[in-house]
Design a protein around this ligand. Structure first.
Ligand SMILES: [Zn+2]
Length: 167
């Protein structure tokens, strides 16, 4: 296992669209291990997307349980080719991102989502979640389409904040 380097804004790879994964070969499985290790090595980090490490594949790893305030969550999830199938509600909350280390932003996202994805054993799953975990999945899925939370704030003047403390 190895820690991966996290690309930071404005690296152009963060603006790129990632490709679907068709084959979970040894190289991809090792990469997923490294991606998980990278997430757990970053204090308070609840999710990482493959393109944040320069690998343009549709893979995200999340673990909302790392946020003690998150009540509804499914622990560690490795989601391959995730697709948001349905979403509803509007909640504004503060977000951060390893790729935008010095800022946080107020971002409006759905309260409830349903998504599907493939798991490590090649199974297709469909799940629903809400609130903080839904936000994490939406944030990470955005990375696969080259979107950062900076692209989601309504105003760069009033909804972006310089970090005062780091977790
Ligand atoms: Zn991010």
């Amino acid at each position: 296992m190895a820690l991966l380097e996290i690309l930071t804004y404005p690296n152009p790879l963060l603006k790129s669209k990632s490709e679907p994964v068709h084959d979970l070969d040894q190289e991809t499985l090792k990469f997923i291990d490294d991606l998980c290790e990278t997430m757990y090595a970053s204090p308070g980090c609840v999710g990482v997307a493959a393109p944040q490490t320069g690998v343009l594949k549709r893979i995200i790893v999340v673990d909302a349980s790392r946020n003690a305030k998150c009540e509804l969550q499914h622990g560690k999830m490795i989601l391959i080719n995730p697709v948001i199938e349905w979403q509803q509600g509007d909640v504004m909350a503060r977000e951060g991102c390893l790729s935008v280390p010095h800022f946080t932003g107020n971002v409006k996202r759905a309260k409830d989502i349903r998504f599907r994805a493939q798991t490590l054993d090649g199974k297709e799953i469909q799940m629903e979640t809400s609130d903080f975990e839904a936000r994490v999945i939406l944030h990470e899925a955005d990375h696969l389409d080259g979107l950062l939370f900076l692209d989601r704030v309504s105003s760069l003047k009033t909804d972006i904040f310089r970090r005062k403390r780091y977790l």
